[in-house]
Design a protein around this ligand. Sequence first.
Ligand code: HEC
Length: 138
Amino acid sequence: MSLISKRVVFGALAFSFFMYSYFVYTTGTAIDKGENLMNEASKKGKLVFQKYNCIACHQIYGLGGYMGPDITNVISENGKGAIYAKAFLTSGTKRMPNLHLSEDEINELLAYLTYIDKTGISPVKRFKINYDGTVSEN
Ligand code: HEC
């Protein structure tokens, strides 16, 4: 093989190596951190959430108080949702105090809870490694 064709082959291989590496290490690495979901209403909702200290009793993303349930996915959970959450926020229950929130505050909280729901899952799923090396949900 002449020197020139060796160089062509080497160049082609080096080029494919770099292209291959580029695609392997960059494909699917764009992370949606939920910036697009954080709109005006959910920003206000976050402040309302802090003002009433909901985190004292509730967890979001698995962190917070344990008097009430984790509300990370209350908006998308089966049998729950925005209307369900609104009922708790409007009247409270025997265990959750009625915080006398205004209609605006409730809607902002719901926007914030929607943002939370889209950006996290809680409780984190647990997986079990079986004796044959396969993985199943616990
Ligand atoms: C004093 C503690 C306390 C505070 C403060 C509190 N909650 Fe609750 N919350 C609870 C308890 C306890 C429950 C469960 C009530 C029940 O099942 O009767 C609950 C239930 C809920 C639910 C229904 C959850 C589900 O999965 O069933 C939502 C949504 C909720 N709270 C949102 C909020 C928000 C938003 C705030 C802040 C504005 C807040 N809570 C403040 C104690 C609290």
